[in-house]
Ligand binder design. Sequence first.
Ligand SMILES: C[S@@+](CC[C@H](N)C(=O)[O-])C[C@H]1O[C@@H](n2cnc3c(N)ncnc32)[C@H](O)[C@@H]1O
Length: 251
Amino acid sequence: MRHFLKKVFITERELIPLWLLRQIGRLILPRYRFKWIQLDWWDNDDFTQYLSRYDELRRLNTDRRWMLHQLLRLIEGIPGDTAECGVFKGASSHLILCANRSSAIERTHYAFDSFAGLSQPDTMDGQHWTSGDLSVPEAIVARNLTPLGNVQLMRGWIPSRFSEVAEHQFAFVHIDVDLHQPTLDSIRFFYPRMPAGAILVCDDYGCSTCPGATQAIDDFLHDKPEKMLALPDGGGFFIRATTTAAAASLG
Ligand SMILES: C[S@@+](CC[C@H](N)C(=O)[O-])C[C@H]1O[C@@H](n2cnc3c(N)ncnc32)[C@H](O)[C@@H]1O
C-alpha cells in the first residue's frame, strides 16, 4: 500500500478523503472526472489570495485562472498593448495588469465591456444565456482594476469602441463574452493587430454553455495557420504565428 501511494504521489492522510469523494461523486454525478490533488500551485499563497479576492475559491474557474496567469508569462518581449473583451468584475484583467506591471515593455490594458451584461444571444448560442446576464456596474470594475496600473475601461457594446484602438497592436487578447457575435467581432478585429508571438485566449472555447463562441473561433481560424489549443478545464488559446501587413505596419 505504502509503495502504491508513493507511486501516485499522494499522502495517506489525503487518500481516504479523496477515495470517499470519488465514491460519492460516482453516485451523484457519474460524469464528473476527479483529478490528482498534489498540485504545487494549490499551495501558492499569492495566487490563493488573488482567487479569494474575487471569491474564486468557491467557484469552478480556478484552473482557467492559473492557466491565464501562466500564459501571460509567454508574452515578455512581444510588443503591444493588452485587451480583454468581456470583463465582469475584472478577475482576468487583474492578472493581465499584474503581468503588464512587471513587464519591461510599457503597455496599456484596454478592457471592453457593456457593463450592462450580455448582448442578445443568437440562434448559435443555445439556451443557456439571456441578454443582461453577468452585468456588473462599471464603478466596481474601476475600483478593482485602476489601482493595478495603466487600464482604460471601454464601456459600450462590442465592437462599437474598437475603432478607438485601431492603430494599436496587441501582445495579449482575452475574449470572454460567452456569445457568438461579439466573439466573432473580437477575433476579427484583434487577429490582424497581433504580432508574431502574441497570444489570444478565448475563455469560453470548448464550453458546452457557449457553443456560439467556440463556433466563431473555429470559423475564423479555419483558413489561418494558427490552431486553437483546447484546454482540459475549458477555454483555449493560440499563439500568433506570423505577422500580417497590418500588425507589421503598426509595429
Ligand atoms: C463571463 S463574463 C466575463 C468574465 C471575466 N472575463 C472574468 O475574468 O471574470 C462576460 C462579460 O461579457 C460582457 N459582454 C457580453 N456581451 C457583450 C457585448 N456584446 N458587448 C460588450 N460586453 C459584453 C458582459 O457584460 C460580461 O461582463
